[in-house]
Ligand binder design. Sequence first.
Ligand SMILES: Cc1cc2nc3c(=O)[nH]c(=O)nc-3n(C[C@H](O)[C@H](O)[C@H](O)COP(=O)(O)OP(=O)(O)OC[C@H]3O[C@@H](n4cnc5c(N)ncnc54)[C@H](O)[C@@H]3O)c2cc1C
Length: 290
Amino acid sequence: MNWIEFEENVDLSKFCTIKIGGTAKKVYFPKNQQEIIDLIKLSLDIDKRFFPIGIGSNTVFSDGILEHIFVSTKNLKKYEITEKEGFFYIKAQAGVSFRIINSIVKKYNLEGFENLSGIPATIGGAVVMNAGAFGSEIADIIHEVVWIDKKGNIHKLKRKEIDFRYRYSPFQKNGFIFEATIKLKPSDKNIAQIIKKHLEERNKKQPLNLPTSGSTFKNPPNYAAGYLLEKAGLKGYRIGNVAFSDKHANFLINFGGGRFKELKELIQTAERRIGELYKIKLEREIEIVE
Ligand SMILES: Cc1cc2nc3c(=O)[nH]c(=O)nc-3n(C[C@H](O)[C@H](O)[C@H](O)COP(=O)(O)OP(=O)(O)OC[C@H]3O[C@@H](n4cnc5c(N)ncnc54)[C@H](O)[C@@H]3O)c2cc1C
């Protein structure tokens, strides 16, 4: 294996938006497909978990020292825009952020991405989570995905070959998204205006002034997880320096210095209480890495 950029003894709280986590023995920063394949093979050889990290807006790391093969997409930020037969195609490497996509769609006034615009995400993390908002999900605009499987083989998949569902894709805990192409069309509407409106709405409803990991639980069929948590008295419920936000009950927030064990206790309390009160098994949306 050739040398791949890495850092040692890394503070994982810097790699997730809720800013909680222990220390990674190593975090790798690959720059190309071959380096990712090498890291997948390394994880197989030494039998360690392979864990890609985007901006960590859906991820929480446990305390202590973690020895997984952490692979940040920080060095995978190339993108290309092409126009063909009335459509715009944005081909973006895994680490390209939604901020960049936002600036492109505003510049060319493109339609299809605006409902997703406020999600803090990289393209890689968003495809894996099938991120969505305001009735849209990234699956709606995916044209093609380049995926490296668990053995290091590269696949180019068309949208129709991918089984996306609500906050689910077949890529979860399964290989590495190297690149995704989204397909958008020029719009008659004022896209920048729509994006601004969505951001204002998020600001009103979500606790964006404190470190958070977004929705903690998926919405169970016919319910909003936030509504159930609120009804169960968990809105604003705090343990130590972590709490379910009093602005949005499904968002965990870190008041500063929050500990993993406080966060985990909150999650387990919510699961237990919703199970007892409503016989509903909450499914976690955030990923806890232990
Ligand atoms: C304030 C706030 C608001 C949010 N609002 C929404 C919302 O409206 N809708 C919504 O759907 N989500 C929302 N989220 C959750 C989160 O933004 C999304 O899940 C987002 O898609 C995660 O992207 P990421 O790059 O941060 O992924 P990460 O958290 O870094 O990773 C998420 C998962 O994907 C895996 N992964 C990351 N990159 C790759 C890759 N290249 N290849 C393979 N696996 C990979 C990781 O291993 C992990 O399992 C919100 C979060 C916050 C903090």
